[in-house]
Design a protein. Sequence first.
Length: 90
Amino acid sequence: MMFDVRWPDGTEVSYYSPSLVVTEHLDTGTTYPVAEFVTRSRTCMEIADARVRAKYGFGCAQSARTIALIDAAAGRFAPTDEVRVESFRS
């Protein structure tokens, strides 16, 4: 599943989640403070990684990559700036 976000500077980025769990923690059309978005995204990726690990016996490198990309992007903004979840795609 892909989820598309718009960062505070207007940049739109698509991120990958190996699990639909992202739809349980983020809502389309909702804005989140950057710090909250990072926390929610990290939670999603940790759950997704655990699901992959339980099913296949190894963790998901894509989950780690997604959170690394989100962390890097978030570092450009203040924790209270807002990021918007634009859409989900499967």
